[in-house]
Design a protein around this ligand. Sequence first.
Ligand SMILES: [Zn+2]
Length: 255
Amino acid sequence: MYHGIFDSHAHYNDARFDEDRNQLLSSLPEKGVCGLINCGTDVTTSYESRTLAEQFSFVYFAAGIHPEDCRDVPIKALDEIEALVQHEKCVAVGEIGLDYYWPEPPKDVQLRFFEAQLQLALRHDMPVIIHDRDAHGPTMEMLRKYRPKGVLHCFSGSIETMKEAINLELYIGLGGAVTFKNAKKAIEVAKEVPADKLLLETDCPYMTPTPFRGKRNDSSLIAYTAEFIAGLRNINTQDLIDKCTENTKSLFFNA
Ligand SMILES: [Zn+2]
């Protein structure tokens, strides 16, 4: 069994954890998990993330409005996000970004929320957790403009985009999707990303790694993702976990 696993991206507020949330979270430390960041996707889930961080010593949180959740939201809602990020256990603004997979919300609305939250993060000297789906060009353009500290979570871009992100001193978050059969691009990235820029994550309850794909994900299953990536890089799995936890602490805790 591995130890010192830090899950840099989770959603334990999700309804799929309703039946056993407290029991499951309480069991994580004995399964080798030393910390996790629960990410908000709108105002309500950002508050829920704060509550989880107040309940569990090893849980931290990020507050933010996700691009898929900014439709019909008044920009004023960011005042509440701004208050939340000043909480002692809030470690990032997130998740924020662009999602052009679906036609809605309109791109201009997504861009307005993304930009305003990048500015918010810079005002408070906080890192950002970025969601970029089918929007690599405009996402990178915004990141070049603002140069925040942060991570591209569940990275799905090319090697070229990865290198550009590294030049901006951003981190690359990889989760269960790397283990999926069609993950050619992610596998290349997992091999090439510099060791001091890689973060492990679940995005649970989603993105469950092989061999549990289709089931509910949780932070203890990072072990499978880590074994897979360590195999690609031909290194020891515990060493990879330790390095990624060190990276997570350095990004989110200035440690
Ligand atoms: Zn997420």
